[in-house]
Design a protein around this ligand. Structure first.
Ligand SMILES: Cc1cc2nc3c(=O)[nH]c(=O)nc-3n(C[C@H](O)[C@H](O)[C@H](O)COP(=O)(O)O)c2cc1C
Length: 385
C-alpha cells in the first residue's frame, strides 16, 4: 500500500521528528538505539549542536499577501526538490533492515539526495535500481589505492554521482555509550542481543528476512567474510590516513563533484578550495567523533565566507526540523543533510519512514517560510545570533 494513503493520518500521529524518535526507541533493540543516538565522551556536543541551532532567531516580516514557498534548489548543476538530503549512516541495517533501500527509494521519489556510507549494510549495486540520479557515495578512503579506486568504480557504475570524502574520523571514536550497551563492531550474537531480539519481534522478523546486518560493500575485500574479519579489515585498512594529497588524488579520479565532509576549521575550508574540491560539509559527525568540537552551525559562517563563489557549503549535525534547515541556509549553507532523523523515521515506520520524514521536514519548511515572509531561500533574513 502506498504512503499517500497514510500521509494524512501519519502527519497527525507523528507530526515531528521527535515523535518518530519516541516510536523508534520502542521498536528497536536497545543496543541499536544506543548506537543511533550515541555521541562521544560526555556527549556535550550533542546538546551543543541543538542549543546553538535553537539560539538562532530570525525576525519575520509580515503583510506580504499570499506566499507560495518554493523548496527547489540546485547544487552541483543538479536540481533537488528540497534543500536537504539523507546523510551517510553506517551499520544502517542494525537500526532497521533494508533501511538503505527504503531511504533510497524515498529520496528518488521526492528528488532529494541519498548518501550511501562505505560501511552501510547494503551495496551500491543493490541500490542502483532504486536511486535514480539522486545517489551520493560516502568514502572512508582505504589506505591502498587499488581498493580506493575499486570502491569508487563500483559507486560510479551503480549511478552514484557525488562523492563525499569523510575527513572527521582520523581515528575511531571511543563512543562510550555503545560500549556500555554491549555493542561490538561488528555486532556479535550475545545472550543480551538475543534477548533484545525476542523482545522486539517486528524488528527481529524483518532482520531474519533480510539476514543479519553485514558491512556488505566492503565484505568482498576482506580475506575472510566472517564478521570479526570484516570488522578487523575496516579498522585496519579503511580511513585514518587521509591527507590533502589523497584528497587531490581522489578528486582527479572521480568524474563527478567531490565534497569533503566534516570540515569545521576555516583553514581546512581554505585548503579544500585551494585543491579544487567542489564543496564541504560543515559537520561534527552528529557529535559522534570529538566532544570538544564547535557546534556545526557555529562553525558554518566562517566556512561559508571562505567558500563563497568557490565551493558549495552543506551543513549537518543536530538538524531536526524545517526551521533548523532555514537557520542553516540563513547562515550561508547551500544545502543540509540529516542522519538520525531519517533513521528515526525508518525505525519507527518501516517502509513509510523515509517518505514521512521528508514530508515532515518539507511541511515544516514551507510553514516556517510563510511565517518568515519568504518564498525562496535567497531572501532569508539575517539571523540574530
Ligand atoms: C548511526 C550513525 C552512523 C553514521 N555513520 C556515518 C558513516 O558511515 N559515514 C559518515 O561519513 N558519517 C556517518 N555518520 C554521520 C552522518 O553522516 C551525519 O554527519 C550526522 O548524522 C549528522 O547529524 P544528525 O544525526 O544530528 O543529523 C553517522 C551518523 C550516525 C547517527
Amino acid at each position: 500500500m502506498s504512503y499517500e494513503k497514510h500521509r494524512h493520518r501519519l502527519l497527525h500521529e507523528y507530526p515531528a521528528i521527535s515523535d518518530l524518535a519516541a516510536k523508534a526507541q520502542k521498536r528497536i533493540p536497545d543496543v541499536a538505539w544506543q548506537y543511533l543516538v550515541a555521541g562521544t565522551g560526555e556527549e556535550k556536543l550533542l546538546q551543543r549542536n541543538r542549543d546553538a541551532l535553537n539560539a538562532i532567531a530570525m525576525p519575520p516580516e509580515f503583510c506580504k499577501g499570499d506566499l507560495e514557498p518554493q523548496l527547489t534548489t540546485s547544487l552541483f548543476g543538479q536540481s533537488y526538490n528540497a534543500p536537504f538530503g539523507i546523510a551517510p549512516v553506517g551499520l544502517t541495517g542494525l537500526m532497521w533492515p533494508r533501511a538503505e533501500i527504503i531511504l533510497a527509494k524515498a529520496a528518488a521519489k521526492y528528488g532529494i539526495p541519498f548518501s550511501l556510507s562505505t560501511v552501510a549494510t547494503e551495496t551500491p549495486e543493490t541500490l542502483a535500481s532504486h536511486i535514480g540520479d539522486m545517489g551520493w557515495f560516502q568514502l572512508y578512503p582505504p589506505r591502498e589505492r587499488h581498493l580506493r579506486e575499486a570502491l569508487m568504480d563500483r559507486a560510479w557504475e551503480a549511478g552514484f554521482r557525488v562523492l563525499l570524502i569523510t575527513a572527521d574520523v582520523p581515528t575511531p571514536s571511543r563512543r562510550e555509550r555503545t560500549k556500555r550497551a554491549g555493542l561490538q563492531m561488528p555486532p556479535k550474537m550475545t545472550t543480551s542481543f538475543l534477548w533484545q531480539g525476542i523482545t522486539h519481534p517486528v524488528w527481529t522478523w524483518h532482520t531474519l528476512r533480510r539476514g543479519l546486518p553485514k558491512l556488505r560493500t566492503v565484505l568482498s575485500y576482506s580475506e575472510f567474510q566472517d564478521m570479526m574479519s570484516v570488522g578487523k579489515f575496516v579498522r585496519s585498512r579503511l580511513g585514518g590516513n587521509l591527507s590533502w594529497e589523497m584528497c587531490e588524488e581522489i578528486k582527479a579520479y572521480w568524474k563527478g563533484p567531490v565534497v569533503l565532509k566534516g570540515v569545521l576549521h576555516p583553514a581546512d575550508a581554505e585548503k579544500a578550495a585551494a585543491i579544487g574540491l567542489d564543496g564541504v560539509v560543515v559537520s561534527n559527525h552528529g557529535g559522534r567523533q570529538f566532544d570538544g568540537a564547535p557546534a556545526a552551525i557555529e562553525a558554518l559562517p566562517a566556512v561559508a565566507r571562505i567558500a563563497m563563489g568557490k565551493m558549495a557549503v552543506i551543513m549537518d549535525s543536530g538538524i531536526r526540523t524545517g526551521l533548523d534547515i532555514l537557520r542553516a541556509l540563513s547562515l550561508g549553507a547551500d544545502f543540509t543533510l540529516l542522519g538520525r532523523a531519517f533513521l528515526f523515521g525508518v525505525a519507527a515506520l518501516g517502509e513509510y519512514g523515509g517518505e514521512h520524514t521528508i514530508e515532515i521536514l518539507s511541511d515544516d519548511l514551507k510553514n516556517n517560510m510563510i511565517q518568515l515572509g519568504v518564498e525562496d531561500f535567497s531572501n532569508l533574513p539575517q539571523p540574530r545570533l
